[in-house]
Ligand binder design. Structure first.
Ligand code: LLP
Length: 419
């Protein structure tokens, strides 16, 4: 459920008119709902009542500072994959003891930074990284709490580009290696293994592969403990899918929680999760204006909108389906539209032959489920200024990322002094 509803013939976000936001901020613009972010965070954390659980929101999904602060105030931690994300989480008020640092290629400088600010856990993804982290930490007179990220060799996730849990993917170490590395880490000067972690993919709408992976993780914890190695926490990643319309209905957080408990079979251990999409996707829309309708007598009817693949890359990159809703739907039979942006690539196509209520020049449309991996993946391709973001909370709203002016865009590029 989300808080973007038709009311009085117009799509609104909570108590605010999307037409009003578009008029004041211009389009394209992302609009996020505080009530939906809150609802999703709570639904997820309440699925694990009675457990000591860290819900570390995956910052990559939507890294806007106001979104992060909204979640931080609810008690969320942060799953981060770069120094930039750690800095964002801290700036938003996430305490370092709720920050997890993951990623296959953390630089020495990033590891040093993470140790300096005292993140809760660093998820180590390979043996060379383990050695390097131990060296960096020992050099600083520190011992880093680490998790070994395991690749459980289970296929899942909607699209090949976002599946992470197969042995051919770059993430983590194999199950058998993990045991050796955990034992090795016990004897390294700069690290202290406390957890094992996995994350097998994103937009997973079937619990079966997760059940398989988590079962393997449970067995791993038992094997490690049987060797006398302490394992305090199990990090089971993110990846639970969301409804994108015309896609399989995903399990609810409650179903997911039940599956986790069943799979762990009473294992006494703290848990951590890193949901991103689940929290943010349906809490945001990309609002865009129709530039014009271009009808070819023999061919498709193109709806040319002012948002493009640089603002929302998911359809171009993953063939992702985003529901498109006219903000003020007109009466009349739906027509088939090819919805395209102004970027000079055929890939800049949001939808083909999509039936929509009739649209005209200057009408507004909302790309739904765009709160995750939308603005966070945006760019200035075609020298289109970075898309702005707005946060709504009840009847109030604020611009939480400004649209840069053309002057600001050009000012970032000093001319080479010989030119
Ligand atoms: N933890 C780790 C280690 C991850 O790699 C990811 C996502 C997450 C958590 C959060 O996963 P989520 O709960 O959001 O599924 N840009 C793609 C998705 C990339 C996901 C990458 N890793 C998309 O737009 O579909």
């Amino acid at each position: 459920m989300n808080h973007f509803e038709l009311e009085g013939g117009e799509l609104r976000c909570e108590g605010v008119s999307l037409t009003e936001i578009a008029a004041q901020v211009g389009t394209p613009v992302y609009v996020y709902s505080t009530a939906t972010l809150t609802r999703h965070y709570k639904a997820f954390s309440e699925a694990f009542k009675g457990r000591n659980v860290l819900v570390a929101y995956a910052v990559k999904a939507n890294s806007n500072l106001s979104v992060l602060r909204t979640l931080a105030r609810l008690g969320a931690g942060a799953d981060t994959v770069s120094e930039g994300e750690i800095r964002r989480a801290l700036a938003a008020g996430v305490p370092p003891e709720r920050i997890v640092f993951s990623g296959v290629g953390k630089t020495d400088a990033e590891l040093e930074y993470a140790l300096e600010v005292g993140v809760q856990e660093i998820n180590v993804e390979s043996e060379p990284e383990l050695d390097r982290l131990s060296q960096v930490a020992a050099g600083m007179g520190k011992r880093a709490a680490i998790a070994i990220r395991v690749n459980p060799d289970v296929g899942a996730g909607g699209h090949a580009k976002i599946a992470t849990g197969k042995s051919e993917n770059k993430f983590g170490v194999s199950m058998s290696e993990s045991q050796r590395l955990y034992a090795k880490a016990m004897n390294l000067p700069g690290v202290r293994p406390v957890a094992v972690a996995c994350h097998i993919g994103s937009q997973i709408t079937d619990l079966t592969p997760m059940r398989e992976a988590f079962g393997k993780m449970r067995d791993l914890v038992l094997r490690l403990r049987a060797e006398g190695l302490p394992v305090e926490r199990l990090d089971l990643g993110g990846g639970l899918g969301v409804p994108y319309f015309h896609q399989p209905e995903p399990p609810t957080p409650a179903d997911f929680g039940k599956m986790v408990e069943e799979t762990l079979q009473g294992l006494d251990i703290d848990l951590a999760f890193e949901p991103g999409r689940l929290i943010a996707a349906n809490a945001g829309v990309l609002l865009s204006r129709v530039i014009h309708v271009h009808e070819r007598p023999e061919g498709p009817r193109f709806l040319v909108v002012d948002a493009a693949m640089n603002d929302l890359i998911r359809p171009a990159m993953y063939e992702a389906y985003h529901d498109i809703r006219p903000v003020k739907p007109r009466a009349g039979e739906p027509l088939d539209y090819d919805v395209v942006g102004p970027v000079c690539e055929t890939g800049d196509t949001f939808a083909r032959a999509r039936p929509l209520a009739p649209l005209q020049r200057d009408d507004l449309v909302a790309f739904m489920s765009a709160g995750a991996y939308g603005a966070a993946m945006s760019s200035e391709y075609n020298s289109r200024p970075l898309v702005p973001e707005v946060l709504v909370d009840g009847d109030r709203w604020a611009v939480v990322r400004k649209r840069p002016s053309y002057e600001e865009m050009l000012a970032r590029e000093p001319m080479a002094d010989w030119l």
